[in-house]
Design a protein around this ligand. Structure first.
Ligand SMILES: N[C@@H](CCC(=O)N[C@@H](CS)C(=O)NCC(=O)O)C(=O)O
Length: 199
């Protein structure tokens, strides 16, 4: 199984999932910037992450992570019990819609758009939207992780988006920040970062 990756990109979530599952894989670093390089990702639009396993190819980070969980015998990362899975899906959806839409919009303005082209109105709009979504995030202190007592895909996706929020300079409530730190203390996370950012 080959995973196409790029340092400091969304492919980190896939490598983290693989570390949690203890699955074997080969990671291939691509060149995201040079579109006609032989090192381009085989993704139809040259993006990462991308997975190829035999005749199967999967795009979209969440779809890849779910594929990895469902092909393994480990059901704690993406539970099969429908009630717990509904809770995991709810957190995944919240992370990828309410949180990611605004935080990614802000991150693009602050990190990728050159300062001369940056729009203060757009920055202001996304900052408000992001803060509103963050204020709707309540960590249930009765469970060990965000969706249940097991560490799940929802924690991987929440952790990554909360890291982006911090890069944007957004303030996180103490309980949310403590939760983020707990996710980042996992050995699997550190191994995944090493793999994803390897030259
Ligand atoms: N919705 C896709 C987004 C994939 C994506 O845009 N990946 C970025 C890296 S984080 C990329 O490959 N950008 C290069 C490009 O758009 O050409 C997913 O969640 O996997």
């Amino acid at each position: 199984m080959k995973i196409y990756r790029f340092p400091k990109s969304r492919s980190l979530k896939v490598l983290w999932t693989l570390e949690e599952l203890g699955s074997d894989f080969e990671s291939v670093k691509v060149d995201l910037l040079a579109k006609d390089s032989p090192l381009r990702s085989p993704h139809p639009f040259g993006k990462v992450p991308y997975l190829i396993e035999g005749d199967v190819s999967v795009s979209e980070t969440l779809a890849i992570c779910i594929y990895l969980c469902e092909r393994s015998n480990n059901s704690s990362l993406y539970p099969t019990d429908i009630e717990t899975k509904a809770n995991v899906n709810a957190w995944l959806s919240f992370a990828m819609t309410d949180l990611e839409a605004s935080i990614w919009g802000l991150l693009k303005q602050l990190v990728f758009v050159p300062e001369v082209k940056r729009s203060p109105d757009v920055v202001h709009y996304f900052t408000n939207e992001a803060n509103r979504a963050i204020s709707q995030l309540s960590i249930n202190e009765n469970t060990l992780w965000i969706a249940c007592n097991e560490f799940t895909l929802a924690d991987i996706f929440m952790s990554q988006i909360l890291q982006w929020a911090k890069i944007c300079g957004l303030m996180l409530p103490v309980t949310v920040n403590d939760y983020l730190e707990k996710t980042l203390n996992r050995t699997t996370y550190r191994k995944a970062v090493e793999q994803n950012d390897a030259p």
